[in-house]
Design a protein around this ligand. Structure first.
Ligand code: CTP
Ligand code: CA
Length: 223
């Protein structure tokens, strides 16, 4: 363990990792979310802490054990997650956006439970676009190393490269979410890592903690 820490460029670096799918409230008992389990984010937090980093986990998940020494900040919506990350951004060295941020939220969310036979018509739900948290960080970044994930069901490398450029990030971890055994809500993952400076690196299917350890090593080599 000590060898691992002393070899890592992440030692004493401040790393923020987002995890889980955001919850976008319709009313006090209903929300929109997605299949993200948070497992990849939690595995990354554990691996980064093990490498000696000071780790903050901004998470929508309540049912996973928080890795030792990791600060947990719980949020629900994309807007809450954005606020939690942006308020800490100046003090950070690395941000890893492993969260599945909902692209949309209900145009209004009601503070009570909607009754089915009332004027609150839920047969049509109006949505508005959420801000792109990662792209916002890409606009603002100074010294920070930014890592995004790309969940794709087709044209994996092409779309991931577009996200790398458009969001001004340093690394994209591309995830094929069309396969049931990897990615969203499964214990394994298989990813392709893209940066501006190196040719793409394929990490073959493995348990998420192992993939996380390799990703943290790659990030450490880049900072
Ligand atoms: N992301 C974000 N804020 C959003 C949407 C996405 O910060 N509102 C981040 C995710 O956490 C991820 C990266 O952007 O690190 C890519 O997310 P993804 O859903 O794959 O891409 P999008 O840019 O949302 O495009 P699309 O869903 O249309 O493929
Ligand atoms: Ca999206």
């Amino acid at each position: 363990e000590s060898i691992r820490q002393s070899n890592s460029h992440l030692k004493h670096k401040r790393v923020l990792i987002s995890a889980g799918g955001t919850r976008e409230r319709i009313d006090s008992v209903r929300y929109i979310t997605n299949d993200s389990s948070g497992k990849m984010g939690y595995a990354l937090a554990k691996a980064a802490a093990y490498a000696g980093a000071t780790v903050t986990l901004v998470s929508t998940i309540h049912n996973l054990p928080v890795p030792l020494g990791v600060e947990l900040v719980t949020v629900q919506s994309a807007l809450e997650m954005q606020q939690a990350i942006e308020s800490r951004f100046d003090q950070l060295d690395v941000v890893i956006m492993a969260a599945a941020v909902s692209d949309y939220r209900p145009a209004q969310s009601l503070a009570y439970k909607i009754k089915k036979n009332s004027k609150d018509d839920l047969t049509e739900l109006k949505l508005v676009k959420n801000p792109d948290i990662l792209a916002g960080l890409g606009q603002k970044k100074q010294h920070q190393f930014l890592v995004g994930f790309a969940a794709e069901t087709s044209n994996l490398e092409k779309y991931a490269l577009t996200k790398l450029a458009d969001k001004h990030v340093d690394m994209i971890v591309a995830n094929d979410v069309s396969q049931a055994n990897i990615g969203f809500n499964s214990d394994d993952n298989a990813v392709t890592v893209l940066t501006n400076t190196q040719k793409s690196i394929r990490l073959a299917q493995a348990a998420k903690p192992l993939i996380a350890q390799k990703l943290i090593e790659l990030i450490s080599q880049h900072i």
